[in-house]
Design a protein around this ligand. Structure first.
Ligand code: UD1
Length: 423
């Protein structure tokens, strides 16, 4: 298993280009199963999760053509199988979202219950509730969800019990081929949902209200192919902004969307960063200063994203003052805390492990560390960048799931980081 070796202490300085959003692209790959013609997606990041999704489509018999720029063209009408196996779904929860599109288009689907990052139980009850409301017959058989429908799915009025990104996306795309109107309430409002709705509408769907808590879908009989460009990855962008701020550095990120990161930008300003923004770039300058501690609560968009919680804790480890970070989206999402404490951080968990109190220290010390979720792993890389001495981050296959060329991008910013490959 590959590891990353980081010699801490360098300020990050320079410019980089944000990659396309993994969490958008993955759902568009699932949505392509709704179309009769080829769906071309560009600005797709080159990541392990994307490869897993392409492998899954390949398993279904779907032809996927990729060029050297990672433009991906999906020909769903070549589909031969309607079963997504455990081996492919277990590593990535987003793959569960092929269930609804296959069902809506072909009337049948069998998909294993998902896996993904080890952050809490992460059930799919809201996905199933939505599909059943649209008229799906659902049976659970040996860890698989077997779904079928006689004729077309039917539009419905669905109120989600909780705010779920994947659930909103799954039911929104499935309803595009249902007969009649579907109204979804208590929807998540993440930018990736808006991006997916734009892609669906380019395929000929009629989806209104994405980005608000109420989405209306007027079902159509068929969807065509389209071309769609994925938005910038706000979590990747946010990660590099936090990393630069934590090291006292300066970074300009091109191809980013500052509108999607408003709350992070205001938190980083609170931490002492000077930030300039343009239409598609963000520039942060810490001018060598030590960050000030920032407290926050994670919550659904537009509030502070849970996917940047671990990274902001890394910054708070060496900040001036004490911060309180409350996690409200996932249980069990503080695994990085124990590893950071091994590097000399002073963090304690309270409130049944829902809140981290971080007392800023002058310095961290390098150590061998590992984490078993994507964002926790990258937060340990940030901790390594600000620590004195060497840090080895193990199990970085998690990072490869979500960060394109992480060590190259950091090296270009002046970090002393290298991959230790094991055969
Ligand atoms: C997506 C993102 C992930 C991000 C998360 C929250 C992708 C591929 N992943 O994950 O990076 O951290 O949004 O912003 O887009 N829940 C239920 N029942 C359900 C569905 C969810 O109880 O049927 C719970 C989950 O366990 C969790 C909360 O709802 O506690 C939010 O989950 P959800 O928004 O669905 O996250 P994902 O779509 O899995």
């Amino acid at each position: 298993m590959d590891k990353l070796l980081i010699r801490g202490g360098n300020r990050l300085e320079g410019e980089l280009r944000a990659s396309g959003a993994k969490n958008s692209a993955l759902k568009m790959f699932a949505a392509a199963l709704l179309a009769d013609g080829p769906v071309a997606i560009s600005n797709v990041p080159h990541l392990r999760d994307i490869t897993t999704m392409i492998e899954l489509l390949g398993f279904l018999g779907v032809e996927v053509v990729i060029n050297e720029k990672m433009d991906v063209e999906i020909h769903a009408n070549t589909i031969k199988r309607f079963r997504a196996p455990y081996e492919l779904v277990k590593t990535m929860r987003a793959s569960f979202n092929v269930l609804g599109p296959m069902l809506a288009h072909y009337g049948q689907a069998e998909v294993s219950l998902p896996g993904g990052c080890a952050i809490g139980p992460r059930p799919v009850d809201q996905h199933l509730l939505g599909l059943e409301a649209l008229g799906a017959n659902i049976e659970m058989v040996e860890g698989y969800v077997n779904a079928s429908v006689d004729g077309r799915l039917q539009g419905a009025h669905i109120i989600f019990d909780i705010c779920t990104v994947g659930g909103t996306e799954h039911i929104m795309m499935t309803a595009t081929l249902a007969e009649g109107q579907t109204v979804l309430e208590n929807c998540a409002r993440e930018p990736e949902i808006v991006d997916l709705a734009d892609c669906l509408n380019a395929m000929g769907a009629d989806v209104q209200g994405a980005g608000t808590d109420c989405i209306t879908i007027n079902g159509v009989e068929s969807l065509s192919g389209c071309h769609h460009r994925v938005i910038a990855d706000r979590v990747e962008t946010g990660t590099y902004l936090i990393a630069a701020a934590a090291t006292g550095g300066r970074v300009r990120i091109q191809n980013a969307n500052p509108e999607h990161l408003e709350v992070l930008i205001s938190k980083l300003r609170e931490a002492g960063a000077k930030i300039l923004i343009g239409d598609d770039w963000i520039e942060l300058d810490m001018e060598g200063r030590r960050p000030k501690a920032v407290s926050l609560v994670t919550a659904p968009y537009p509030a502070f994203p849970t996917d940047l919680q671990a990274q902001i804790i890394a910054l708070n480890c060496v900040a001036e003052g004490t911060s309180t970070i409350k996690e409200t989206i996932f249980e069990n999402r503080f695994m990085h805390v124990h590893e950071m404490n091994r590097m000399g951080a002073k963090i304690r968990l309270e409130g049944n492990n829902t809140t981290a109190i971080v007392e800023g220290v002058e310095k961290l010390t390098g150590a061998p560390v590992m984490a078993n979720d994507l964002r926790a792993s990258v937060s340990l890389v940030i901790a390594g960048l600000i620590a004195q001495g060497d840090t080895i981050v193990d199990r970085i296959y998690h990072i490869d799931r979500g960060y394109e060329q992480v060590e190259e991008k950091l090296q270009n910013l002046g970090a002393d980081i290298k991959r230790l490959a094991t055969s």
